[in-house]
Design a protein around this ligand. Structure first.
Ligand SMILES: Nc1ncnc2c1ncn2[C@@H]1O[C@H](COP(=O)(O)OP(=O)(O)OP(=O)(O)O)[C@@H](O)[C@H]1O
Length: 264
């Protein structure tokens, strides 16, 4: 069970608190992302406006090329939209310089990727605490132990990533994403490289982070079974939000995906 604990004071003082007015952890307003110019331009996001409520688990789905990765990249401040605004924790990301945006991502946003993206030369403990150390904040051993125990890694802190299973490596990535108590954790196909049973364990962990720690989690996935762990599925097609399903079942999600693929 993940343990709730107070938000650490490791964030820059000039960054505002979550968007109390809307309750949104992330808000995209008329976000368009265009790659290239002229006849060869690709519109990956086409006027997307959506708010993602704090302390919810959201899946982003859609056919191949519908704009899911671009959505995640723009919402997480990894890429800048061509037009429109992204607010995260009440901060308009366009107002941040590149350096401030990097600092913001490090302290206020957590990332979990399909390929785990751990540093092989660091121990599990060092991987988990890396975002704190990069931000110049001390890692309290009690909080590291609590996060590690919460994701089922207790006793493995001295190991290196190569000495862990895929599921254990993804637990390290989740602990690393949670250690700063970010505004939002963005997960890009977090179960894509795992067997079905291990994938279920990882999805339960992400669910617990929302339920027990009131984290906001946004996950891109192709998997209807993964989506049924979430509170809401947002469906993209041709760069637009075309459908939403709350408290989704895998069958509902499959139906919508079949319709979207059939409509192409
Ligand atoms: N760097 C880029 N340069 C040019 N076009 C791009 C670039 N990145 C994405 N695109 C285009 O933007 C559209 C959306 O791509 P995106 O990767 O966001 O879709 P996706 O839904 O994540 O796809 P998939 O499920 O196949 O990963 C596609 O038409 C893609 O070809």
């Amino acid at each position: 069970m993940l343990q709730a604990r107070s938000r650490k004071k490791n964030t820059p003082a000039d960054i505002p608190a979550p968007d109390a007015r809307t309750g949104s952890a992330v808000r995209l307003t008329q976000v368009t992302k265009r790659y290239g110019d002229g006849a060869s331009a690709a519109v990956a996001l086409d006027g997307v406006s959506i708010g993602i409520q704090s302390a919810t688990f959201t899946a982003v789905m859609g056919p191949s090329g519908s704009g899911k990765s671009t959505f995640l990249q723009c919402a997480a401040g990894l890429d800048r939209p061509t037009s429109g605004t992204v607010q995260l924790g009440g901060q308009d990301l366009a107002e941040l310089s590149e350096n401030k945006l990097t600092e913001y991502r490090r302290t206020r946003i957590g990332f979990v990727f399909q390929a785990f993206n751990l540093l092989p030369s660091l121990t599990v403990e060092q991987n988990i605490t890396l975002p704190l150390r990069l931000a110049g904040a001390a890692a309290e051993s009690a909080s590291v132990d609590s996060v590690a125990a919460g994701v089922g890694l207790f006793g493995l802190l001295r190991r290196r990533p190569t000495e862990l299973s895929g599921g254990q490596q993804q637990r390290v990535a989740i602990a690393r994403a949670l250690i700063t108590r970010p505004e939002v954790v963005f997960a890009d196909e977090p179960t894509g490289a795992l067997d079905p049973d291990t994938a279920q364990d990882i999805l339960h962990l992400l669910r617990q982070a929302v339920t027990d720690l009131h984290q906001t989690v946004v996950m891109v996935t192709h998997d209807p079974v993964a989506a049924q762990h979430t509170d809401r599925v947002i469906f993209l097609d041709a760069g637009r939000v075309v459908h939403r399903v709350d408290r989704p079942s895998a069958d509902q999600v499959k139906r919508v995906m079949t319709e979207l693929r059939g409509a192409r």
